[in-house]
Design a protein around this ligand. Structure first.
Ligand code: GAL
Length: 429
């Protein structure tokens, strides 16, 4: 009998050990919650993105050498690959301590409304952030008077970047502003001389989406663009269709390998001179300076046609998970992200301006000073592509409609798809 029991025990032992191991894996996060670490989830993996994030990490390590930083960044510009992973983790009740998100619809409808994040009101009060953050941003991250995100930066998303040497070789100069017709004239000339006018890297559809949203703002103007989100402008009105047609014309001037390239590979293509222009937010500027290139020497910039009095806002920040395994440590990291010194260093690397209004302008380059002026005086409009203007289901519908449009170029179908998506999301007419 004893022999029999021993045999059964020996046979069951591997299964028992495996079960114990699996149980310990599942629980490891909760069990280690007293360990001083903080998990940071983002999509900042390009050269400049990673370097910028690292400036915050370095400053944090200096202040808190006892806290381990776990960098859970997932590659894919615009968060195209990171956000689905994050969603799965949140639904599975396995959140990172803190994650990157955008103000407006993204943070409020995806994370605040679902109860995934904690209020940061006490941090805002302790650090007096209400005195130094612009009200526009505070409103975009607050619900019922509670702020839910520490805003780290402000990107201007409506620029055309250009290779100065390539343009000079072809006798082309760009002024302070550029109309669509001026762009098309230059593009024709470049194409005839064997230079691809536009560098695009839309391995993720969002990158061509930037070109569409900027064209939309440029053609219908900031006020009518804002009206798209409250139903006073229809996606089927003539000016929106005109923007779609112009966007289609822009596509005719892009590089043939655009679908195989990431956004930062397209920046590189422009710097190498095989393409002259690139339509991209100023995280491209971060990439350009990260390569050691100089403002107004190696490259120049101009507002996307028609948008010189607009600032298409793409801003990044971090939230605190309601069920954060390491809430105290995460709060300390968030505190650091809101500090003036951290924002000054981070933003110089990232190609963005501080979310705080009290940063020292003399520390920033000529482009970033130009962006600060634009932020202060131009019409600020939220991005669709980066989640601020409309909820995720509309953003997805736009991505789908764009994917069809770039192949079929059917303006009527594109307009109908967006109008229907807006109605489904509850803001369209
Ligand atoms: C945006 C983000 C920017 C930039 C870009 C490309 O969503 O706000 O900071 O990194 O993606 O990855």
């Amino acid at each position: 009998m004893a022999k029999f029991r021993k045999r059964v025990f020996m046979q069951a032992l591997p299964i028992l050990l495996l079960a114990l191991y699996l149980a310990s894996c599942g629980k490891s996060d909760q069990q280690n919650s007293s360990q001083p670490k903080v998990e940071v989830f983002s999509w900042w993996t390009s050269g400049s993105e990673a370097a910028a994030l690292n400036t915050v990490f370095e400053a944090f390590r200096q202040q808190h050498p006892e806290i381990e930083l776990v960098n859970s960044a997932i590659a894919g510009g615009g968060g195209s690959a990171a956000r689905p992973v994050l969603q799965t983790r949140l639904v599975g009740n396995n959140p990172p301590d803190t994650w990157q998100t955008h103000p407006g619809a993204e943070v409020l409808s995806q994370y605040v409304a679902s109860g995934f994040v904690a209020s940061l009101a006490d941090l805002y009060k302790e650090e007096r952030w209400y005195d130094v953050m612009p009200k526009t941003l505070i409103d975009m991250i607050s619900k019922d008077g509670q702020p839910y995100m520490v805003v780290l930066n402000v990107h201007r998303s409506n620029e055309l970047w250009y290779n100065k040497k390539v343009l000079a070789q072809h006798g082309i100069t760009v002024g302070a502003t550029m109309s669509f017709e001026e762009f098309f004239k230059i593009a024709e000339r470049l194409q005839q001389q064997g230079v691809t006018p536009l560098a695009v890297g839309d391995a993720g559809i969002w990158a061509t989406g930037i070109m569409f949203e900027n064209t939309l703002v440029g053609v219908i103007g900031p006020q009518r663009y804002l009206g798209l989100w409250n139903g006073s402008t229809s996606f089927e009105e003539a000016s929106v269709k005109e923007a779609m047609r112009i966007y289609g014309r822009l596509l005719d001037y892009q590089n043939t390998d655009h679908a195989a390239l990431s956004w930062d590979q397209a920046v590189k293509k422009m710097t190498e001179g095989t393409c002259a222009f690139m339509a991209m937010g100023d995280w491209a500027y971060g990439e350009l300076t990260n390569m050691g290139l100089q403002d107004n020497v190696d490259f120049g910039w101009v507002s996307h046609p028609g948008t010189d009095s607009a600032f298409v806002l793409v801003s990044d920040g971090f939230v605190l998970a309601k069920e954060a395994p390491h809430p105290q440590q995460a709060r300390e990291l968030l505190r650091m992200m809101g500090m003036k010194s951290a924002q000054e260093i981070f933003n110089q690397r990232k190609g963005s301006i501080c979310a705080r209004l009290d940063c020292d302008r003399t520390k920033f380059s000529s482009y970033l000073n130009w962006s600060m002026d634009s932020f202060a005086q131009d019409a600020i409009v939220p991005t669709i592509i980066h989640g601020s203007a409309a909820p995720a289901d509309f953003q997805q519908a736009l991505n789908d409609a764009l994917t069809t449009f770039v192949v079929e170029r059917n303006v009527e179908q594109f307009a109908q798809a967006l109008a229907q998506a807006a109605r489904m999301s509850g803001f369209g007419k």
